[in-house]
Design a protein around this ligand. Sequence first.
Ligand code: EPU
Length: 505
Amino acid sequence: MESKHQIEIERKYLVDLVGELPQPVVSDILQTYLLSDDGSVRRVRRRCGVLPDDRPRFFYTAKRRIAYDRSFEHEEEIDEARYTRLLAERDPQRGTVHKQRIVFSYRDQCFELDRFVSPALDHCLLEIEGAESADQVSLPPFLRVVADVTGSSDYSNANIALRVPQGFQLQEQVSLLPFNTFGIDALARRFAVLHSVDDYRSLLRSQLLSQMPFFVLGGGSNVVFTGDYQGLVVHPANRGIRLLDQRDGFCFVEAQAGEKWDDFVRYCIAFGWHGLENMVAIPGCVGAAPVQNVGAYGREAKDVIHRVHAFDIATGLERWFDASECGFAYRWSRFKGDLKNRYLIDRVVFRLESAFRPLLSYKALAAALAAGGNDSPSAAEVAAAVSSMRDSKLPDPKVIGSAGSFFKNPVVPLSQAQQLLHDYPSLVSFPVDARHTKLAAGWLIEQCGWKGRDQGRVGVYEKQALVLVNRGGCNGSEVRALADRIADDVRSRFGVSLECEAIFV
Ligand code: EPU
C-alpha cells in the first residue's frame, strides 16, 4: 500500500467545461473529515473507479498548511476495516463530501478536476499540483476559467465539507425570487429541497404531499408565480451524472433530476457522449426535461431519453417509465397530462451516441456553421454555434428576467396554414405531418406589432417576439395581462390561438 510525505504546492481554479476532454479517467470519491487536536486537517477517503469491476481503495491523509498555497501532507493507503474504524472519529460539523474526480493530461501536465456532487458547486474545481505559479501552466482550451481560487478558504475541501446538506428539511416562508428566471418575488409557504434519493423517500414517507397542494420547481425557467404559493414547493437538487453502459454504439448516461441541464449537456460533450449538443444552454434542470419534452435547434429531449425513474406520490413506490410510455409530443408528455402530480421524477437515463453525427436540420444552425466555413463541425463547435445563436436572440436570465419562449408554436390544420400563407406570403411555418403545420408564434406576434413593446413592467423582447421579459419588479398578474392581450391580438388578426408554454402558478 502507498504512503507518502511531501510538500504540496497547488493552484486551484473554478472552471467550466467547454469542449471535449482528452481521455479522461473518472473516479468517485467520498471524503470524510476527522476530528483533530493538533491543528492538522485529517481525512479519510474512499476512491473508486466508475466501471462496474472497479474496486474501492481507501486512504488516510493528514495535512498541515504551511503557506497560503502549500501544505505538508502525509497520505497512506489503508484497508477497509481501518477506514471504517476511522469514520467513528468523524468531525460532526462536516458532512461527507461526494465528488467525481476527473484526471487527464494536457501538454505533459496532469490535471485533476473535481466535480462536486454533494455539496453541489456551480463550477468544477481544478487543482494543479507542483506548479509554482499560473504562468508555468498552460490551461487547456476546453476549460473556461471562472476564477483563480488558490489559497481561498471557501474552496478548501475541509470548508466545502461544512456546506454538505444535512438531510431533508422543511422550510417556511421561503422567497422564490432566486428560484424563478422571470425574477418574480413571491413566497412559498413551505419549501423542501431534495438533495438525495433518500430525501425523496423521506418526503414521501412524511405524507406532506397528500396533505397540501404542492408544486415541483426545478430550475424555475418556465414558471410565472401569480402570488405567494400557499402549499409546498418541492425543489429537486440532487446531483450526479454517470455512465451506466456502453454498447452497440450507444452510451447510456444517468443524470439526477437536480442537475442543471446545461451542465449536463456540457459534461456529456466533454466525455464524448453525443446527441445533446443542439440543446446546450437551455435553462432549467434535468428532471424537467422529460416533463415538457424540452427542445431546441432540431433536437427534442424525447430523441435522447431512454427511461425516466420516478416515485409514485400516493404509494411511495418507485418505477421506471420507458420513453415509449411517456407520451412525448411537442413540449408535452404524460407527466403534464394524466400523470400530473402523481409522480416525482428523481433521475433520467439518456441514450447517447458514441460517434458524433452533427444534426443540422435546423436551417439557421446549418447556415451559421456554413457561414463560418465549417462543413464537419465537432460536437463542441455545434454547441458553440447554438450557444451564440441563443445569445443573439434570447435574454440571459441572469440579466433580464424571462421564461424563454412564452408561447408554444401553434399547430394548425394544413388548410388553415395554406390560407394564411396565401394571405401572408412571408408567414414562417414548419411541416408537422400530412394534415398539420406549425406556425412560428414569434412571427405572428411580431406582425401584430408587439416586438420590443412594453406594457408597464412587462415587455416583449426586442430580439425575439416569443419571449416576454421582466422590465423590473413585475408581478405575475402583469405578465398574464400582457400574455392575454398578445393572444387576443393574434387571434383576431390571424384566427390562431396561442397556448402558453410557461405555466402560471
Ligand atoms: N420569428 C419572427 N419574429 C420573431 C421571432 C421569430 O419572425 O420575433 C420567426 C423567424 O422567421 C424565425 C422563426 O420565427 O426564423 C423561428 O424562430 P426561432 O428560431 O427563434 O425559434 P422559435 O420557433 O421562435 C423555438 C423554441 C425555442 C427554441 C428555438 C430554436 C418553442 C416554443 N420555442 O422558438 O425554445 O430555442 O425554437 O429551436 O418551440 C423555449 O422553449 O424556451 C425556447 C427558447
